[in-house]
Design a protein around this ligand. Structure first.
Ligand SMILES: Cc1ncc(COP(=O)(O)O)c(C=O)c1O
Length: 399
């Protein structure tokens, strides 16, 4: 009989030539467990998804309760479904007043697609500006605005009238003009290797968009739900976009995305033609129930306020000759090493040291630390000890 490992390689579409290939039997809190009792400290959170850890009891309870009531009822936007309504209401209460109308979809890419379409429909314009080294997803529209020519080029033709400018370059903002439908940016570029905006940069984008009548879209798929030490990065930087994209931790471990705007902007999808954006499964009731429960835990357990302290502790403990720099003042950090050749070794060998680490898509000299926000100070120290052992191992094995 073939093993799951063999079946994985035979039957599952692969995304990489070197998948991690860990066979996980269950996951709980900060840890994943293998079939033979292996225990891995998760420092990735499934890429900024499991912000309250794996299988939080409140999320499991919410999922079970919803499963007992109903699963899919009807395409999105027709029936009044309690988990969707309650979640949208909760989000509106946490966001700036104008971001009060939530369109639920299934993923980050899909939320980006919806946001771009909404901006085009509302403004009647087609030009879209985004930033080099940004990541917004893998579907055609999202790919058209992501900031890597390597990934885009092989799939051309893509969406026309999309332009990428350099992040943190003030003069490049002159390309935002009165033909521009929208500017889409991550407030902090996650896959670019945790690149923060320089002072006043997001304000400058906001101002330029307002001057030219273009909409500003913040993609907070990775920065939302406490990771940077505020519920959303828009609070941290005090800049309000016209459309907000949420995903990843939005679903509390279930697949969910959303684009959020004012009622006025969102209404442009309703007429001429009607059904301007539709989805069968968007805002699945089980996913909304899980997401709402997860958000309540983030708030009730004050997970946001301890984020900076834990990030500081990582920085204090994680001192090693191979580390050049640690970027990020929340629990989304890029650990830059002195040699890019070390990164593959570090990530591939992390499980042997009881750790899950990951790459960044567009930054080849750093690895990612983005643990669940529930990590305790003792677990931060434990993680740093294991990472330093791993770095010693790498320096003994890589020239
Ligand atoms: C900032 C950002 N936007 C959008 C996406 C796409 O989300 P998904 O993979 O759920 O389609 C990602 C995924 O990594 C992301 O980091």
């Amino acid at each position: 009989m073939l093993t799951n490992r063999q079946l994985f390689l035979i039957h599952l579409g692969q995304t990489s030539s070197a998948p991690l290939m860990l066979e996980i039997e269950r996951a709980e809190g900060l840890y994943m467990f293998g079939k033979s009792g292996e225990k891995y400290l998760d420092l990735v959170s499934g890429v900024s998804v499991s912000n309250i850890g794996h299988r939080h009891p409140r999320v499991v309870k919410a999922v079970k309760e919803q499963v007992d009531l109903y699963l899919h009822l009807m395409v999105y936007g027709e029936m009044i479904q309690n988990p969707q309504v309650q979640y949208a209401h909760k989000l509106a209460g946490l966001l700036p007043a104008d971001l009060n109308n939530c369109y639920f979809v299934n993923s980050g890419s899909e939320a980006v697609e919806g946001a771009l379409k909404l901006a085009k429909k509302f403004t009647g314009r087609s030009r879209i500006i985004s930033f080099k080294n940004s990541y917004h997803g893998s579907t055609h529209g999202a790919l058209s605005v992501q900031g890597s020519e390597t990934y885009r080029n092989v799939f051309r033709p893509l969406l026309p009238d999309t332009w990428q400018i350099s992040f943190n370059d003030f003069s490049a903002l002159d390309s935002i003009d009165n033909r521009t439908a929208c500017v889409i940016t991550e407030p902090v570029q996650a896959e670019g290797g945790v690149i923060y905006p320089v002072r006043r940069y997001l304000e400058a984008i906001r101002q330029k968009c307002s001057d030219k009548g273009a909409l500003l879209i913040f993609d907070e798929a990775q920065t939302g739900f406490g990771r940077l030490g505020s519920m959303f990065a828009l609070e941290k930087f005090n800049v309000i976009p016209d459309i907000l994209v949420l995903a990843k931790a939005l679903g509390g471990g279930m697949p969910l995305g959303a684009f959020i705007a004012s009622k006025e902007i969102m209404s442009s999808l309703v007429l001429n033609p009607g059904l301007g954006h539709i989805t069968t499964f968007g805002g699945h009731p089980v996913c909304c129930a899980a997401g709402l429960a997860s958000l309540e835990v983030i708030i009730e357990e004050d997970l946001i306020f301890v984020c900076k302290e834990k990030s500081d502790l990582f920085r204090k403990e994680l001192v090693h000759p191979l580390i050049r720099e640690i970027r990020g003042d929340g629990l989304l950090m890029a650990v830059e090493l002195i040699k890019p050749e070390l990164i593959h070794y570090i990530i591939a060998h992390a499980p042997e040291h009881g750790l899950i680490l990951d790459y960044f898509l567009f930054c080849d000299n750093a690895f990612r630390i983005a643990p669940p926000l529930i990590i305790t100070n003792d677990e931060v120290r434990l993680a740093c000890g294991l990472i330093k052992e791993l770095l010693n191992d790498a320096s003994n094995n890589i020239e």
